[in-house]
Ligand binder design. Structure first.
Ligand SMILES: [Zn+2]
Length: 581
């Protein structure tokens, strides 16, 4: 972290969250709190609360919450440091400078990229390249779209861009770092894009980070598209084409359409479907999914008919499910891509396809059923494995169970059997026992763990007591475990613990949990506190025993007597301890 903790605490202390939030949306008093229509999801009755006492906000509709920093991160779509900078500026607090030589190089790189982008774009409007502009118009691009996307043209020849930049006093080495020129064997350079239509790639802040070039002549010996390689600004797979234009619409519509190519994004956008981005590759990356996750939990992936069947692209979507995104899929009719479909059938038909989008799980099942022969036992088990690995990604236990039932029905397999297989996969994923049979026990445990957190948030002096009994890894809930880890750090650094300070040290997911838990009704009760401590401890002991049992069984199967010699006494000790309680 570049900003000292004292300054963070000062900023958090001096900011009034009610003033901050009401400068964005109107707040209405409601008892001790304020409420409003949530700015992060669309709703008709307010579920967005702001607590002046605790200096936090939380939306009980979409689950987003935290302190002033988290609010700014969400509403301004900025990162942690940028949010802190905004608050510091409002308060007149100066932050330590954090520029490095790398930063100033990047600043130069952005401005050179902008220059290059204008060069390509202006070419299109020169008389000698009029036929290129006309070609684009025939292709269905309106002039305003061409201007908005800064689409351009790189002429034939090897040194056009190089000469242009040289004449302006720009440096070849920076051009090289931007990936727009290629070195030749004789030690000089040539332009990367020659006789190509240029699509600039913008980042979320509208800065040009790279370019894609489409061939003009339909020559089979030339690749249809080439892109800027990895450069100091462009990192393939970390960006989404069109996100700078689409972000507002994604927020508003609360879903994001994902397509593959430049024109697949541009043409539907031009026709009014604005919540759309392109992955610039068939497989979505985790970074891209996280980027979308900042705006919406709902995605609709559109496949061309030829890429739809690729298992690799389906696997990528498992990633989205793992991050709690709802995924639907649309397969276009043969011969169409989103670009040609919108041009030929119109945006209404395109939207209709989206309305009929199929749930990812069933889509995958159907696809695999076509691919594998269900009469063949080995094929069937391959299919099962593939489907169960998707199921194991769901964090929502109820959803997981519903899908599992449907899968069992469809494949005529017993649910119990699928459950056993699913557990095996989950164990391999080392995701912990998240699919416990006994939901009642799990609820009780969850209550106890949350009760402990509520207790320390309301009575910070209890933190040391909790830490004395339980280690953070003994909490069964993944998020709570991470929250307690942060809390316990205060003790280790012998720092005073407070909700405000805690919120400057956690990510958005944790902040949302913390804000929810601290806004919920709470009356401290000594007995419940003690019981909760015991319950959490007891469960962790039980889990340890279960794990040991499992290990002993494995060692027995392998006849690993050496291993058994250490495992069994450990096991007996734990069981004795448990009985004493
Ligand atoms: Zn909300």
């Amino acid at each position: 972290m570049a900003i000292p903790q004292e300054i963070l605490d000062e900023i958090q202390d001096k900011t009034n969250i009610v003033d901050l939030i009401s400068s964005y949306i109107p707040l209405k008093r409601s008892g001790r709190n304020f409420k409003a229509l949530c700015p992060f999801h669309s709703e008709k009755t307010p579920s967005f609360f702001v607590s002046p006492q605790r200096q936090i906000f939380h939306c009980f509709g979409c689950g987003i919450g935290g302190g002033p920093i988290q609010f700014l991160m969400q509403i301004e779509k900025v990162n942690f440091l940028e949010a802190v900078e905004i608050l510091a500026k409002k308060l007149g607090i100066t932050l330590p400078r954090r520029t490095s030589p790398q930063d100033s190089l990047k600043t130069q790189a952005y401005s050179l990229n902008k220059e290059i982008c204008s060069y390509f774009h202006n070419n299109l409007f020169k008389p000698q390249f009029k036929k290129i502009l006309n070609y684009l118009k025939q292709r269905g691009l309106k002039e305003e779209t061409i201007k908005k996307y800064k689409i351009g043209y790189a002429p034939k020849g090897f040194k056009n861009l190089i000469e242009y930049v040289r004449a302006k006093g720009g440096s070849l080495s920076l051009l090289d770092k931007l990936g727009v020129i290629s070195p030749t064997p004789d030690g000089s350079y040539i332009d990367l894009f020659r006789d190509r239509i240029i699509f600039p790639i913008f980042d979320i802040k509208n800065r040009v980070i790279g370019f894609g070039g489409r061939r003009v002549e339909e020559r089979e010996d030339l690749p249809k598209y080439i892109n800027t390689p990895e450069s100091i600004l462009y990192h393939k797979g970390e960006t989404l084409f069109g996100i700078n234009f689409a972000k507002q619409a994604i927020l508003k519509k609360d879903y994001c359409i994902i397509v593959e190519g430049y024109l697949d994004q541009i043409i539907p956008y031009q026709e009014g479907i604005e919540n759309i981005v392109a992955s610039l590759g068939t497989a979505l990356t985790p970074q891209q999914i996280r980027m979308i996750g900042r705006y919406t939990k709902n995605i609709v992936v559109i496949f061309d008919s030829d890429s739809a069947g690729k298992i690799s692209s389906l696997r990528a979507i498992d990633l989205a499910i793992e991050q709690n995104l709802n995924v639907k899929l649309v397969k276009l009719p043969p011969g169409f891509d989103p670009d040609s479909f919108t041009r030929e059938k119109g945006s209404q038909d395109f939207l209709k396809l989206i309305e009929e989008a199929e749930d990812f799980f069933f889509y995958k099942l159907e696809l695999l059923s076509e691919k594998f022969n269900l009469e063949n036992i080995q094929d069937k088990s391959k299919l099962l494995l593939e489907m169960l690995s998707t199921l194991s990604k769901f964090n929502n236990a109820l959803l997981k169970y519903e899908y599992l039932k449907k899968l069992a029905e469809r494949l005529k397999v017993k649910e119990e059997f699928l459950l056993i297989e699913l557990r095996k996969i989950e164990k391999q994923d080392r995701k912990g026992p998240s699919f416990k049979n006994n939901t009642f026990l799990k609820k009780e445990l969850n209550f106890a763990e949350e009760y402990l957190l509520k207790s320390i948030l309301h009575k910070p002096e209890l933190l040391a007591i909790v830490k004395g009994v339980i280690q953070s890894r003994e909490f069964s809930h993944k998020t709570l475990r991470r929250i307690f880890e942060e809390c316990f750090n205060f003790c280790e650094n012998s720092e005073d613990f407070s909700l405000k300070k805690l919120l400057t040290r956690v990510d958005g997911e944790l902040a949302s949990q913390i804000s929810r838990i601290s806004l919920e009704e709470f009356n401290f009760d000594q007995e419940t506190f003690k019981e909760s401590l015991l319950k959490v401890k007891e469960n962790s002991q039980k889990t340890k025993i279960e794990i040991l049992k499992e290990k002993i069984k494995e060692a027995e199967e392998k006849r690993d007597y050496l291993q058994l010699k250490t495992l069994i006494p450990e096991y007996e000790k734990l069981v004795r301890e448990q009985k004493l309680r």
